[in-house]
Write a protein that binds this ligand. Structure first.
Ligand SMILES: Cc1ncc(COP(=O)(O)O)c(C=O)c1O
Length: 385
């Protein structure tokens, strides 16, 4: 059965790096929550609430299982998106642990700006490391008393942090804190994150076939280094006139509440659990189809001498410009033919605009929803244009 059967033949959705299309089982789980057991999680005693609680707990457990991390070492909190998770962490890591902030040149504005804000707020230096062409991070720096925030896949050409495990090891050996932005990695290369012992991994469920939601996977031993400065309902076990008892401190099973102020997106969390099942069930054939669509479109684009690709390897997320043609105009022309692609700098302004000095680009990002016929359609329309 095709889980994207609601997509008509003429609609070619190539914007999965922003948010993927949602497969039917995910949409149905969200519907089911609203139609059958709409309730607040982790608070209510009536039966609908019990069902929500079971789904939410499953979502937390499935996340750790997918990443092969142990619940005794890690916990999962939900937020709004990757940006929110990274900002929350950087705002709460106590200044006594931060003498320097590191990020890299190929980051999305999300960590790029959040690290800038942190360094400015704490009055500490910020270093933008230059990633190698293969996506790896050079490790000659000393990361003592440093916070390092880097992505494990870029959002314009999918370039990966191929030395991820060594980066984490080195930052820890030096005595620093490492936060991984996994926004672009979870949908299609989550294997690279398995058993990654970073202090935190932040990602967006909406880029991995789930509803709009942020996910934070955090090491339990990071929490003593945090200062709680964003707080509200759902986080406390008791409140007095001028102090309170944090649920996270009262019960280690409630540690996830330290990042979950106020009512959460319970229905979205339930549907995220369904998306994790759906992702885990992708077959070799699904992966092969995505690979061959990627290969075919990449070869088509690279074979045109007027097309300049970003990056050197084929990847489901590909960016380029056509010499002498404005990418925004091209994007609009493609849009009129039903081809949905992004134009501009995709929130990676620093690298694409200031470092590489590219003109505005166009990005095709493929997914498991991409059909062979979509690629044929793109080729046909691009040839005409
Ligand atoms: C690598 C990367 N990091 C962070 C983000 C920010 O994600 P969100 O807008 O969901 O917070 C994105 C979004 O495209 C991204 O691609």
């Amino acid at each position: 059965m095709n889980d994207f059967d609601y997509l008509d033949e003429k609609s070619v959705y190539l914007d999965a790096a922003c948010q993927s299309l949602r497969p039917r089982p995910v949409i149905e789980t969200l519907d089911q929550y609203y139609l059958e057991y709409n309730s607040c999680g982790e608070r209510v005693k009536y039966p609908w609430g019990e069902q929500t609680d079971a789904m939410v707990e499953a979502a937390r457990q499935k996340t750790l299982k997918l990443l092969k991390l142990k619940p005794k070492d890690y916990f999962v909190s939900f937020t709004l998106n990757t940006t929110y998770g990274i900002n929350l962490l950087l705002n709460e890591i106590s200044s006594e642990f931060v003498q320097k902030v590191f990020t890299s040149d190929i980051e999305h504005n999300s960590p790029f700006l959040a690290t800038m804000a942190m360094a400015q707020r704490l009055g500490v230096p910020r270093v933008v490391l230059k990633r190698n062409v293969d996506g790896s991070l050079p490790l000659d720096e000393n990361f003592a008393q440093a916070v390092v925030v880097v992505n494990c896949a870029a959002n314009f050409d999918g370039r990966q942090l191929v030395n991820l495990k060594n980066v984490v090891k080195k930052v820890h050996a030096d005595g620093g804190i490492i936060i991984i932005d996994a926004a672009q990695a979870m949908a299609h290369y989550r294997e690279m994150l398995e058993k990654t012992e970073a202090d935190a991994i932040c990602f967006s469920a909406h880029k991995m076939y789930a509803p709009s939601l942020g996910v934070m996977v955090v090491r339990r031993d990071l929490t003593p280094k945090l200062e709680q400065n964003f707080i509200g309902g759902g986080m406390v076990d008791d409140v007095f006139a001028d102090h309170y008892l944090l649920s996270a401190e009262a019960n280690k099973d409630h540690v996830h509440t330290i990042f979950e102020a106020g009512l959460q997106a319970w229905g979205e969390i339930c549907a995220y659990a369904a998306a994790l099942d759906w992702l885990s069930a992708r077959t070799r054939a699904d992966k092969k189809r995505l690979e061959s669509c990627t290969q075919e479109l990449d070869e088509f684009l690279r074979s045109n001498p007027k097309i300049q690709m970003v990056g050197e390897q084929a990847n489901p997320t590909m960016s380029f410009y056509v010499e002498g043609l404005d990418s925004h105009l091209l994007g609009a022309a493609l849009g009129k033919q039903g081809i949905m692609a992004r134009t501009g700098y995709f929130c990676a302004h620093y690298y694409l605009d200031k470092v590489c000095k590219y003109p505005p680009l166009i990005r095709f990002s493929l997914s498991y929803a991409t059909r062979e016929s979509d690629i044929e359609r793109v080729k046909e329309v691009m040839r005409k244009i």
